[in-house]
Design a binder for this molecule. Sequence first.
Ligand code: S3P
Length: 176
Amino acid sequence: MQLTKNVYLIGFMGAGKSTIARRIARLASVASLDMDKYIERSSGQSIPEIFEQGGEAHFRDIEAKTLEELSGKDDHMLISCGGGIIETEACRDILKSPDNVVIHLKIDSDRAAQRIGNAASRPMFKDSEQARALSSRRFPLYEEVADLTIDTANKNVWEISNEAMRFLSEEGVLCQ
Ligand code: S3P
């Protein structure tokens, strides 16, 4: 199958963006890319190292430049974004462009906190209380850019992937 636009998966840490992107890519035989992994490869640093070096602002800067670069490519892909992509206005503007499709994987912060487990690899995650505050502050920003929101509560990877693929097919974004 093929994608007629770039598709971005967004949502809070632990929502399963990378897993769902990989699953859809495999089922539909389309290309997928994990933005954080791409950033780690191209900078030669881990995400925690980037935060240590220049704080969140430094990471957001790299993240925004990466989104700009990827969104300019002609080959369409399924891209899983870091949970904080919507923090930067320039990123929200790119995501909102009619050239892109954005799917918000909604997860409640308590469940996200349970799933995250090892917080060392996620500099923006401190504890459940902080996650709850961060998640409610971000929620309207995810919704501002999303074309579709999938509530992941009580759904498995298969159900979430199918819901996303059905939407993309109906929108003519995923086609034969
Ligand atoms: C972040 C989420 C992380 C990563 C970075 C910042 C955030 O991605 O981009 O640690 O601000 O929520 P995941 O959502 O894949 O954990």
